[in-house]
Design a protein around this ligand. Structure first.
Ligand SMILES: NC(=O)c1ccc[n+]([C@@H]2O[C@H](COP(=O)([O-])OP(=O)(O)OC[C@H]3O[C@@H](n4cnc5c(N)ncnc54)[C@H](OP(=O)(O)O)[C@@H]3O)[C@@H](O)[C@H]2O)c1
Length: 239
């Protein structure tokens, strides 16, 4: 039985591609959560587009709606993440550090996914569910050879640690859940667009390609009480 899928941060490049993929491949309800209005004129009755400003109250209201539409979702993906926005830019050197910008990155990239997991807890029971959070390879401490991007790297490393703690707790409280910290590769979205000059030829992926990789990766994972940190090829990334 297909119990439905939930995409949080569905207005971004990867989020939109996931929603489109799941609508195109059939199955149960597709629930999209975003600050933004639905970006395409889609009249598929399986799509439920829920607006949310990511305040505690609106997140709780969204989860209550999800509970009526898909009380036992079997796939959840949290896409929220910021690299640059307004005055926030990836730092190249220590002099560029800005506490306000770093705090904002930490809130969106690390705390918001954990706040979602907290809110979604009542939907996460014993039935199998894979919950993927968009992390990034640059959150790996062991893999950090280039430095820079202090705020983004640190917020994704913090995300990975928070997800590890959640995996340990969920193993006890919701043993059907498999947690995945996912690196999508470099994907052609507005997040990566200013940095495409540094991407080797042929390694930029479309959001549609990444959506396919993630969906097939999630299908192969089984709940084991662990957090997996995998790239789009299914390869483990060092912490
Ligand atoms: N593109 C890449 O090359 C790449 C590489 C590694 C990791 N990632 C990760 O993949 C995820 C999706 O990124 P994308 O490439 O699809 O980028 P995108 O098109 O810029 O999407 C941004 C995402 O972040 C959310 N968001 C943006 N500003 C926010 C804010 N102030 N507060 C809360 N949520 C906010 C958006 O949610 P709404 O729907 O609410 O707007 C959307 O889900 C991110 O976590 C990113 O770090 C991307």
């Amino acid at each position: 039985m297909n119990e439905g899928v939930v995409v949080i941060g569905a207005g971004g490049g990867i989020g939109q591609a996931l929603v489109a993929h799941w609508l195109a491949t059939g199955g149960g309800p597709v629930i999209a959560v975003s600050r933004q209005p639905a970006p395409f004129g889609c009249d598929d009755p399986r799509l439920h587009w829920l607006r949310c400003d990511y305040s505690d109250q609106q997140m709780a209201d969204v989860v209550a709606r999800i509970a009526t539409l898909a009380p036992r979702p079997h796939r959840l993906v949290i896409c929220n993440g910021v690299l640059h926005q307004g005055g926030i830019k990836p730092e190249k050197r220590l002099e560029a550090l800005d506490v306000e910008a770093m705090t904002s990155l930490y809130q969106t990239n690390a705390l918001l996914p954990l706040r979602w997991i907290n809110q979604l807890l009542p939907l996460l029971g014993a039935s199998p569910c894979t919950l993927a959070v968009l992390s990034a390879r640059v959150g790996s401490i062991g893999d950090n050879r280039a430095g820079g991007w202090y705020g983004y790297r640190a917020s994704k490393a913090a995300l990975n640690m928070l997800l590890k703690c959640a995996a340990i707790e969920l193993a006890r409280r919701a043993p059907g859940v498999k947690l995945l910290a996912f690196h999508p590769g470099t994907v052609d979205t507005q997040l990566s667009r200013p940095f495409h000059a540094n991407v080797p030829d042929g390694s930029l992926q479309t959001p549609e390609q990444v959506a396919r990789h993630l969906v097939s990766l999630m299908a192969g994972l089984i709940p084991d009480g662990e957090l997996s940190y995998l790239d789009w090829q299914g390869k483990t990334i060092e912490w």
